[in-house]
Design a protein around this ligand. Structure first.
Ligand code: HEM
Length: 466
């Protein structure tokens, strides 16, 4: 189960282009901690920068979030062990358990061990490629509905538009039909409040969540409204005589080992978690795709030509997706540059990672964003280069260095859904529109539960008028 740091580092480095970088200049093993707050302040103030510089202190870096000791794992090989190879020695950890306190304790994101395995096995078939292929139509329609409201030359807030589109497509997949505009708007409003406030509440001590501040009250109201809308949908689903092949129909049919149907509370928790995990992540990725293509018009021209060649003007369907090869690489590169910035686990048993032995109960932090921006595995990490993902170059990326969807038993259940949706929406939009950056708009990443653009105004122009 254990592996020395040198062994591991050399295994991560062997396949990488660059040699391992030197350790922190001062020989320090961790960044300086503030009294009381520890590293929570720099982590909350500048999360992306803080996480990215941690690898210069070592493969396993001791941190303190307030009074909570945490070990940050920065080496890809060791991260792969935490998530996958030694995954059984870990449980979810503080961040995800707090997500459970907020989104429901029985949802997939919060649970671990045998309970997780059982529920994951029940839900997994619904997210298999053959099953989600049936949702392609809803994804296309959601894209057409949102872009159908665009006018030539209009400046569109693309970040909002993509969130709305993704939410509407996920709700269609859940309900097996088109949701009302009122329902989509309510989900949109509440999910945005939850996504913005989730991480702070996961990092700060639990009691902070219960202080009756206006922000906490707004947050609690958003949770209650979301749950109430999901419960209404569950009731409609249970009362309906004929199924719709939507995800919710299938979830409500699930049974426990003793034959009892899943309770409404458990179903609501699972749907909450699917929405919390699936909407803003995919929406942000789509927004970043258009941001990157706006900044790289030559690549955008090539994507447009590919979409025209492969689809010939027909709406994209699942069979077409593997043929949109460059579009696929653009999405992989966007997921590299704009990945989520942190995940956590807790050791269940003592685990030795490199030279550090972590006793049972140790909180462990890892960062896809930091791994994806490490020049040892991705030379010139700030450069947007879809050619990194050409087969002859992609194989040199070490295991654990590229994990936009995580790895192991908790790997994103919606990864194929997300890739299919992002590809379909990109193709639908490119068939009719070009999105150009607004020169004076300064677009910067903001770390929430995912990494979102602070804003993304873009000018939309119909291709016919170009
Ligand atoms: C680009 C879009 C997405 C990204 C980048 C993303 C990323 C991730 C990551 C990194 C994890 C693993 C977290 C961990 O280490 O524990 C995860 C888990 C999860 N994701 Fe996604 N996700 C995306 C889209 C989706 C979609 C579309 C859905 C559902 C429709 C979804 C549902 C979930 C769920 C339920 C989990 C928990 C899985 C488990 O613990 O078994 N995600 N996601």
């Amino acid at each position: 189960m254990t592996m020395t740091s040198r062994e591991n580092r050399s295994s991560s480095a062997q396949s990488a282009a660059s040699p391992p970088e030197s350790r922190h200049r001062d020989g320090r093993k961790a960044p300086v901690a503030l009294p009381l707050l520890g590293h929570a302040w720099p982590l909350m103030r500048s999360p992306l920068r803080f996480m990215t510089q941690l690898s210069s202190y070592g493969d396993v870096v001791p941190l303190r979030l307030g009074t909570l000791p945490v070990q940050a794992v920065t080496d890809p090989g060791l991260v792969h062990r935490v998530l996958a190879t030694d995954g059984r020695s870990f449980v979810r950890g503080r961040f995800f358990e707090k997500t459970g306190m907020i989104g429901g304790e029985q949802g997939l994101v919060a649970i671990s061990g045998p309970t997780h395995l059982r529920d994951r096995r029940a839900l997994q078939p619904m997210f298999r490629r053959d099953h989600i292929a049936g949702f392609a139509k809803g994804m296309r329609e959601a894209a057409q509905d949102v872009t159908g409201r665009w006018e030539a030359g209009q400046v569109v807030p693309v970040d909002h538009a993509m969130n709305e589109l993704v939410l509407s497509s996920l709700v269609r997949s859940l309900l097996g039909g088109r949701p009302s505009e009122e329902m989509t708007a309510a989900f949109h409003r509440n999910l945005s409040i939850l996504s913005q406030g989730l991480v702070t509440r996961c990092i700060l001590p639990t009691w902070c969540m219960y202080v009756p501040t206006p922000s906490n009250r707004r947050f609690q109201h958003a949770i209650d409204s979301m749950r109430s809308a999901i419960n209404q949908a569950i009731t409609v689903c249970r009362d309906r005589e004929q199924g719709t092949a939507g995800l919710l129909d299938l979830i409500t049919e699930q049974r426990e080992e003793d034959g009892q149907v899943w309770t409404d509370r458990k179903i609501c928790d699972h749907v909450m978690h699917i929405m919390l995990a699936g909407v803003e992540t995919s929406g942000a990725t789509l927004a970043w795709v258009f941001h990157e293509l706006g900044r790289h018009p030559r690549i955008a021209d090539q994507v447009q030509a590919e979409v025209d060649r492969v689809l010939g003007g027909a709406p994209p369907d699942t069979d077409d997706l593997p043929k949109l090869e460059l579009t696929g690489r653009v999405i992989l590169e966007t997921l590299r540059q704009h990945a989520i910035w942190m995940g956590m686990r807790r050791t269940k048993d003592p685990v030795t990672l490199g030279e550090t032995t972590l006793p049972a109960g140790t909180e462990v932090l890892y960062s896809p964003h930091a791994l994806h921006h490490d020049p040892r595995w991705f030379p010139e990490p700030e450069r947007f280069d879809p050619d990194r993902w050409l087969p002859e170059r992609a194989h040199s990326v070490p295991k654990g260095a590229y994990i936009p969807f995580g790895a192991g038993v908790h790997k994103c259940i919606g990864d194929s859904f997300a890739i299919m949706e992002i590809t379909i929406v990109t193709a639908v939009i490119f068939q009719r529109w070009r999105l150009q950056p607004v020169p004076e708009a300064k677009v910067v990443p903001v770390a929430r539960a995912d990494v979102h653009p602070n804003h993304l105004p873009m000018t939309v122009t119909p291709r016919a008028s170009l």
